[in-house]
Design a protein around this ligand. Structure first.
Ligand code: F3S
Length: 392
């Protein structure tokens, strides 16, 4: 891979040991994936924040780094609400380790916003055509597909390397040739809310790491519905880029027709709900990916004047919660919890539940494997009804 004189100096250790190690990671990835050169990135989103996932070895690795990030850099969700962790049922030992992890990142100049929806809180992190180094799979999908930016799905170390160097290797989704649709997905169904998670759950399993191009006649998915669709495909498969005709930015010119076509309708969507029924949940989890202000508003409206009978978690970014105190208060008046900085998948606190109901196709995929909790899928209304103790 070509390196400029300055990049070569970093690689040779002339700018210090941390930068040498970071450049080594970028060059190794570039060599593996055939990158010609590095490219500057506009922002970085770093995974590997929950102490549950990184453990002591990860904490030591991060703590060992010196220096300061050179581009705006924020974090993925941590293993707990950084202020209200006791309320979640997180142990003191875990909380101490989690705080040490956060401090290690803070020392590197990283903004302590722990969220998988950075695009909901900072408009300037990503725009059409911008190169990024983001980690969290749903954020990557949203950046590539809805914003029209360009990012691979970075691991924690490679994202941190990009943050400290300000560049990433130019391969994968940074290049037009890898942004062409591989599957045409024709969907004949009236879709709302969690249906997009169910659709994504189905399509991700089929296309795996492909690039689906959706035709959804008569449908105009909202940003939150696109967020749900991309998140589910990233979890059930490893889709990092998709298109929706007349809704998202278009694919690069010259790709021709995708080789494979899928036809899906209401029957297939209904089968996903039937396979993961809403009944039998001992807790309800919303906010995967993290809730937007509009989603908080809807949840507050559905809960109004009522008391939950089951534990209900609503996960969001701290900045979204702080900007919407009335909505948060209205949700919490019902006895539900609005937790920030974390989520049901990366927090160890979830492990005390046996079955959670969610309206997210991504949580549906990840709760069993990553949190050891069975999962059911329902609409937002089903989830709220279950939390209120109403029969389904
Ligand atoms: Fe975000 Fe956690 Fe879901 S990181 S996308 S809320 S699994």
């Amino acid at each position: 891979m070509y390196l400029s004189r300055e990049e070569e100096a970093v690689y040779q250790g002339e700018r210090g040991e941390t930068l040498r190690r970071m450049m080594e990671i970028l060059v190794a990835l570039g060599d593996i994936y055939g990158a010609e050169r590095l490219v500057p990135v506009k922002s970085v989103q770093i995974a590997g924040v929950s102490y549950k996932n990184i453990g002591e070895a990860g904490l030591e690795w991060i703590s060992d780094l010196q220096g300061c990030v050179v581009v705006p850099s924020i974090l993925n969700p941590a293993g707990m609400d950084l202020c209200r962790w006791q309320e979640m049922g997180v142990s003191e030992d875990f909380a101490e380790k989690q705080q040490q992890t956060i401090e290690a990142y803070r020392r590197l100049g990283i903004t302590i916003d722990c969220t998988c929806t950075p695009y909901q809180i900072y408009q300037g992190l990503a725009g059409p055509g911008d190169h990024l180094a983001w980690s969290e799979s749903s954020a990557v999908s949203y950046a590539n597909s809805v914003i029209g930016a360009r990012t691979n799905r970075e691991g924690g170390p490679s994202a941190l390397a990009a943050a400290l160097v300000g560049k990433t290797a130019l391969y994968g989704y940074h290049l037009d040739e890898n942004r062409l649709p591989t599957h045409l997905v024709e969907v004949e169904a009236d879709l709302h809310g969690s249906d997009y998670g169910a659709l994504g759950f189905l399509v991700g399993r089929i296309v795996k790491d492909g690039v689906p191009f959706f035709r959804l006649p008569g449908q105009r998915p909202s940003p939150d519905e696109l967020k749900a669709l991309g998140a589910a495909m990233a979890a059930s498969g490893s889709v990092a880029l998709y298109y929706v005709q007349d809704v998202t930015p278009r694919p690069p010119a010259g790709g021709g027709q995708p080789e494979e076509t899928l036809h899906l309708d209401r029957k297939e969507i209904a089968e996903v709900y039937a396979r993961f029924p809403a009944e039998g949940a001992d807790a309800v989890a919303l906010g995967c990916p993290h809730c937007s202000a509009e989603e908080l508003e809807r949840i507050a409206g559905l809960l109004q004047g009522q008391k939950v009978q089951k534990e209900l978690w609503v996960c969001t970014a701290r900045k979204i919660a702080e900007a919407n105190p009335g909505r948060v208060a209205a949700i919490e008046k019902s006895g539900a919890h609005v937790f920030c900085d974390t989520c049901m998948v990366v927090s160890p606190a979830t492990e005390r539940f046996s079955r959670m109901l969610t309206c997210s196709g991504k949580a549906l995929s990840y709760l069993p494997g990553l949190a050891g909790v069975k999962a059911g899928l329902g609409s937002l209304e089903d989830c709220i009804n279950a939390a209120l103790g109403r029969q389904q």
